[in-house]
Each structure stands twice: as structure tokens, then as C-alpha cells.
Design a protein around this ligand. Structure first.
Ligand SMILES: *Cc1c(COP(=O)(O)O)cnc(C)c1O
Length: 639
């Protein structure tokens, strides 16, 4: 990427193109003329732009340390609004007779503040919630006030779960039990008889449609959830036997998350419509068609059917769904159902950014070398110097091979006691000097030999960053998911370094070495040189979905500080919610330590040291308070 001649001036538009921010940012993020990343939360008014460096200054002023998870509430609201307005507009255009009801699947981000904001803002659109477990149902019941909104109960249900759902129904909540397994029906019927409450029942079906993507095992024949066609018929028969067929009102499927190809989405709706029509023919009232999640996020901005992208717009998604439903059901003169979608990822991904600072850099730099071998140097050193001296554009591969050969030999000689530590060090220095020169010359080659292709990334700088991949970007670690990552300032300067990122866990998996690219995946990220007197901040964007509760306490690095801002129409912003990240005492108590006892034990140890005259009583005071401060402190690197 950095092939621009130094003569050409670097502009912020070059930075925007390099990081592709205008594509994956879908209008929410851009770069200011000053070279800072700005948030532009109002699609209709791009003049309102909040500078992320100012937000960071505000965060620091309030005493919060990096890393910080920043939530921009306006973006969440905007995503909900856009989804409903797009469905409404398309329904009007196609003269669709049913309505749209979105629900948010709590598992995608269970944080109270997130679900609360969705329920609050979503009320005007009757946006509901989806619960996949008892705990999620209990959370949903505390937040959902709107009686027009749907509460969809998926997941395996026990008696307690079913009873709670039935009580909710009795209180007027539109609470659907979606049968995931045939055995659930008898429980629902039994509890409904005992409590005297009529349930709203839905069935989840397995589709034969299989979709491409990372997360799509939940769809298809082999999926663990959902009923087969035969089981659906059995449900209908059982309901008929009990005179309860009027309770069957909803059909649900979930193809999987992040479906990149619109063709798969279309086939799934089509197949579900056939089942829906079949159920209507059987005499079920129906009325609701719940298409599950799957609406993808274009993380790399490539607009392709690559796993981290999607080859369709929201407009096309809505239009395809409505069109497919109408063409299928109109044939049989079946009334248009209320369309429900359970979009989680697309609803919340955009609104969180993980902000972190860079702590240090490990550079690959050409080592200083003497002019040539000393007369006492062993032959191997002379050989390596010779490779250095003959290296040219014409013999890169040959010199690379020779350098590798002599380096290995030097290591062998060292093992056998025939090279001193200093001589081995010199051999390695000459080796790295050669490799770096080979890597630099590569850009002047028309065809890069296969062996040498990966040299530049192997020689990339490592930027040590103040966060934990395991805690804050678990999908980047577990399933190689790509998030857009970039500097949030200095974008008016050309980034001259190629880097990979390491987190502070010092675990060899605690790194990021795959980055978004419109043509596949980049192995290094262009970054700026660090400056001595200034923090360098990076942002990992689009991290609002699935990352927060999957994270683990690897190396006991805990939850980060969380700050939510709301931006006003005049471009001001206010800090509306703050959640302190875990303290060291917090994370230790998660793994059953008792911080109070720990402090006590440490105090005893210090007292013993006083008695042994290793420390003075004054020193004891200072040492014990340092320990106590450590317990109270943030688990991340504090400046
Ligand atoms: C996970 C899940 C969703 C959310 O899917 P997204 O792709 O994030 O929109 C919706 N419904 C069910 C049943 C799920 O399990």
C-alpha cells in the first residue's frame, strides 16, 4: 500500500482509502481535515462530527484509563430507526399488507445498558426482545414495557421458564414460546392447563437451505435446533388433539449469523414461506413469520460475499424478503404475515469502539555491523560477510538461501562449542542485516519468489497494545474474525510502518496479525512511528456484537472501563453512562480469592519481615499500601 512516492503529498483522503473507513463506516465514521477520526451519528447531517481525540480527552479528564469501550448511543438508535424505516418504506412500495416487528436477541449483547436503550428507543417502533434462556427471559421481562412489541422465547425451556412466559402472557406481553424440540410441546400444554393461561406458540424449523459463512451451523439439516417437517406435522396433530391449534401463530427459523450472500437469505425465506403456507392449510391461524438473525455487517467494507462482508444493502435485504413472501403467499391467497427479524449483529455492532493506547514497539532494524570480518573471526563469519557484500537485486533468492544456510550452521557450531556467544551474536546480526536488505529490495522485483513473499510481514514491527484480545475481541482470537482497526489520529501523516499488534497478555495467541482489506486479508497494518512525548491511540471498530460477554479473564485482565456518550444535534457530546472496569480485587474474587484475606495475609508477611529486621515499620506501611493500591487498581497498564 505504501508505494506512494514521497513527492506526492499525503492527504487525509489517502488515509481514508488506506483504512477503507468510508466503506465499513457506512456514514457513521470519517476522518476530519485535521486527520482525526470523527463520529458522524446523523446520516442526514454529516456536519455534526465529534472528534474521537476529544472524546478520549474527556474520558481521561474524568479519571478513566485506557483501554475504554466507547459506546455511541446515537448510532444504536440510528440502526434501529433505519431498520424499521427501511422495512416500512419497502412495505409501502410493494403494497405489503402486514407489518414489521424487530426483536433484539439478548445474547448478542446482554449488558443491561444496551438492552435497556434498545427497549427504550425501540418502543416507538414496537421493537421487542428475544430470549434464549431463562436468565435472558427474566432480564427481558424487567425491561420490555411495550405491549405491542414481541417477546420471543427460544432455547430449551424448563417448567420455570414456561411458567414465567405464561404469566407474562397473562399480563398482556406478546410472549411466544418457540418450540425448538418436539418434547417441549407437552410441557407447554401441561403448564398452560395447570395455570389456565392460553400460550402463544411458534415452531422453529430446520431448513434444508445451507448458507455460507462462519456461524451458519445453526441452519441446515444438521443443526441441533429446530423441527423437521415430520416433527412440525406431529406438533400440528398434537395441538389439534388438544383443541389448541389456534395457539400456533408463529413460524421461526434462524439460518445462522453473518450471512454474507443474499442468495442464501432469499432461498431460506422461500422455503419457510412454503412451510408457513402448509401450516395455514392445516388450519393454524399463524400471522407471524420470524426470520431469525443473519443480517450481516460489512466489517471490511468490500461489499462482497466474503465471510467478513455482505453482498447486499439493507434496502435489498428488506426488498428481497418482502418480495419473496408476497410472491409465495399471494399464489395461495394467504394473508401477509407480520414479519419479525431477530437482527442482533447489525443492530449493535456499529455502536461500540474499543479504544486503546500503544505501549511499546519492537522494531526490526538493520543491526550495526563492522566493515568486515576480523582476522581472528571464524570462517562462518567471513562467509556471512561475503553474502552481505555480493547482495544485489539480481541474486536476492540466492543470498537469502545462503544466509539461511550459514545462520543454521553458525547455530550448530555454537552448540558444539566452536563459536563463542559473541561470535554467534555477530553471525545473527549479519544474518538479519541480509534478510532486511532482501526484504527491502523485494519491491523492486517484478515477480517475488514464493519463499520471499512473506518476508515483509515476518519483519513487521510489533506494536504492544494496552488491551487483551481474549477479553475484548474474543472472536478475533477464537474464529479469526476481522474487525476494522486503525489509528484514530495523525491521519494527515503518512503511516510509514507496517505492524502487527500484540496485546498485554504476552500469550502467543494474544496478537492480531490479520487485518481487513478489500481484496481479502492484509497481514500487516500500516501505522505511524511512535513519538516520545505523545500517546498513540488505536480504535477497533464495530465491536458491539458478541464481544462483550464472550470475553474471558485470560491472565486475569478484566472488563474494560465502559463509557457511553450521546451526541446532540449541535455537535456537543455528553457522557451519559459510565461503568468502571474490573479492579484487580474484582477479577481475583471471580476466581474465588478473598481480597480482604489476601491483604491480611500480606500484612502478616510484612510484619514478620519487620520482626526479622528486613524492613522498618515505616517501610512496612508503604509496602502494605502499595499492595492495597494494587488490589484496588485497574487490571490494565496504567500510566
Ligand atoms: C444468535 C441468534 C440471533 C442473532 O443473529 P444475528 O446474526 O446476530 O442477527 C437471532 N436468532 C437466534 C435464534 C439466534 O440464536
Amino acid at each position: 500500500m505504501i508505494k506512494k512516492q514521497a513527492l506526492e503529498r499525503w492527504s487525509v483522503q489517502d488515509a481514508a482509502d488506506l483504512y477503507n473507513i468510508q466503506s465499513w463506516g457506512i456514514g457513521y465514521f470519517d476522518i476530519s481535515p485535521k486527520g482525526n477520526v470523527v463520529v458522524t451519528p446523523f446520516p442526514n447531517n454529516r456536519d455534526v462530527a465529534v472528534d474521537l481525540t476529544e472524546v478520549i480527552a474527556g474520558i481521561r479528564d474524568r479519571g478513566y484509563e485506557m483501554p475504554v469501550l466507547l459506546r455511541i448511543e446515537n448510532i444504536l438508535d440510528s440502526q434501529i430507526r433505519t431498520m424499521h424505516e427501511t422495512f416500512r418504506a419497502k412495505m409501502k412500495e410493494f403494497e405489503y399488507k402486514g407489518a414489521f416487528r424487530g426483536v433484539f436477541p439478548i445474547k448478542v449483547n446482554q449488558q443491561q445498558q444496551v438492552v435497556e436503550e434498545i427497549a427504550r428507543f425501540g418502543e416507538q417502533y414496537h421493537h421487542g426482545l428475544e430470549a434464549g434462556s431463562k436468565a435472558e427471559l427474566i432480564a427481558a421481562l424487567s425491561l420490555l414495557r411495550d405491549r405491542e412489541a414481541c417477546l420471543i422465547c427460544n432455547g430449551y425451556k424448563d417448567e420455570e421458564f414456561v411458567d414465567l412466559g405464561l404469566y407474562a402472557t397473562k399480563m398482556g406481553v406478546k410472549c411466544f414460546f418457540v418450540l425448538e424440540m418436539p418434547s417441549e410441546l407437552s410441557l407447554v400444554l401441561e403448564r398452560s392447563r395447570v395455570l389456565g393461561i392460553q400460550p402463544l406458540i411458534g415452531v422453529r424449523i430446520k431448513l434444508s437451505t445451507q448458507a455460507g459463512g462462519h456461524w451458519t451451523d445453526s441452519g441446515g439439516d444438521r443443526s441441533i435446533f429446530g423441527l423437521s417437517a415430520t416433527q412440525v406435522v406431529e406438533v400440528v396433530d398434537t395441538l389439534k388433539e388438544h383443541n389448541m391449534l389456534h395457539c400456533l401463530q408463529l413460524l421461526h427459523y434462524h439460518l445462522g449469523s453473518q450471512i454474507p450472500n443474499i442468495r442464501d437469505l432469499r432461498f431460506a425465506v422461500l422455503e419457510a414461506c412454503r412451510v408457513y403456507a402448509g401450516l395455514v392449510t392445516e388450519g393454524a391461524p399463524m400471522g407471524y413469520l420470524d426470520l431469525g438473525g443473519g443480517l450481516a455487517v460489512d466489517y471490511d467494507g468490500s461489499h462482497t460475499n466474503y465471510t467478513n462482508s455482505r453482498n447486499y444493502t439493507l434496502d435489498e435485504y428488506c426488498a428481497d424478503i418482502i418480495d419473496t413472501i408476497m410472491t409465495t403467499l399471494d399464489d395461495d391467497a394467504i394473508a401477509h404475515p407480520v414479519i419479525i427479524t431477530e437482527s442482533g449483529r447489525a443492530t449493535v455492532a456499529y455502536y461500540s469502539i474499543l479504544l486503546f493506547n500503544v505501549l511499546d514497539v519492537s522494531r526490526f532494524e538493520a543491526p550495526e555491523l563492522p566493515d568486515g570480518p576480523d582476522k581472528d573471526d571464524p570462517e562462518i563469519i567471513a562467509n556471512l560477510f561475503e553474502v552481505r557484500d555480493v547482495l544485489s537485486l539480481k541474486n536476492l533468492q540466492e543470498c537469502y538461501n545462503d544466509a539461511m544456510y550459514y545462520r543454521d550452521e553458525a547455530r550448530q557450531l555454537f552448540k558444539h562449542g566452536q563459536l563463542t556467544l559473541r561470535q554467534r551474536s555477530l553471525a545473527e546480526k549479519i544474518f538479519w542485516h541480509i534478510i532486511l536488505r532482501v526484504a527491502r529490495e523485494l519491491k523492486n522485483l517484478k515477480f517475488v519468489p514464493k519463499d520471499l513473499k512473506h518476508l515483509p510481514e515476518a519483519l513487521a514491527d510489533i506494536y504492544y497494545c494496552n488491551f487483551s484480545v481474549f477479553q475484548s475481541l474474543p472472536d478475533a482470537w477464537a474464529i479469526d474474525h476481522l474487525f476494522p482497526i486503525m489509528p484514530i489520529h495523525r491521519l494527515d501523516e503518512m503511516p510509514v510502518k507496517q505492524a502487527t499488534l500484540a496485546d498485554i497478555t504476552c500469550d502467543c495467541d494474544g496478537k492480531i496479525d490479520r487485518f481487513i482489506d478489500i481484496h481479502g486479508v492484509k497481514r500487516t497494518l500500516p501505522l505511524h512511528e511512535l513519538r516520545d512525548d505523545e500517546e498513540y491511540y488505536l480504535g477497533a471498530f464495530l465491536v458491539g456484537a458478541y464481544q462483550e460477554t464472550l470475553g474471558d479473564l485470560h491472565n486475569l485482565l478484566g472488563d474494560t472501563n465502559v463509557v457511553s456518550i450521546r451526541i446532540s444535534e449541535d455537535g456537543d457530546f455528553s457522557f451519559v453512562r459510565e461503568v468502571d472496569g474490573d479492579s484487580v480485587a474484582d477479577v481475583l474474587s471471580y476466581v474465588e480469592y478473598v481480597p480482604k484475606n489476601m491483604l491480611e495475609d500480606f500484612r502478616k508477611m510484612a510484619e514478620q519481615a519487620v520482626r526479622d529486621k528486613r524492613i522498618t515499620p515505616q517501610e512496612r506501611g508503604r509496602i502494605v499500601s502499595a499492595y492495597a493500591d494494587g488490589l484496588r487498581g485497574y487490571t490494565y497498564f496504567e500510566r
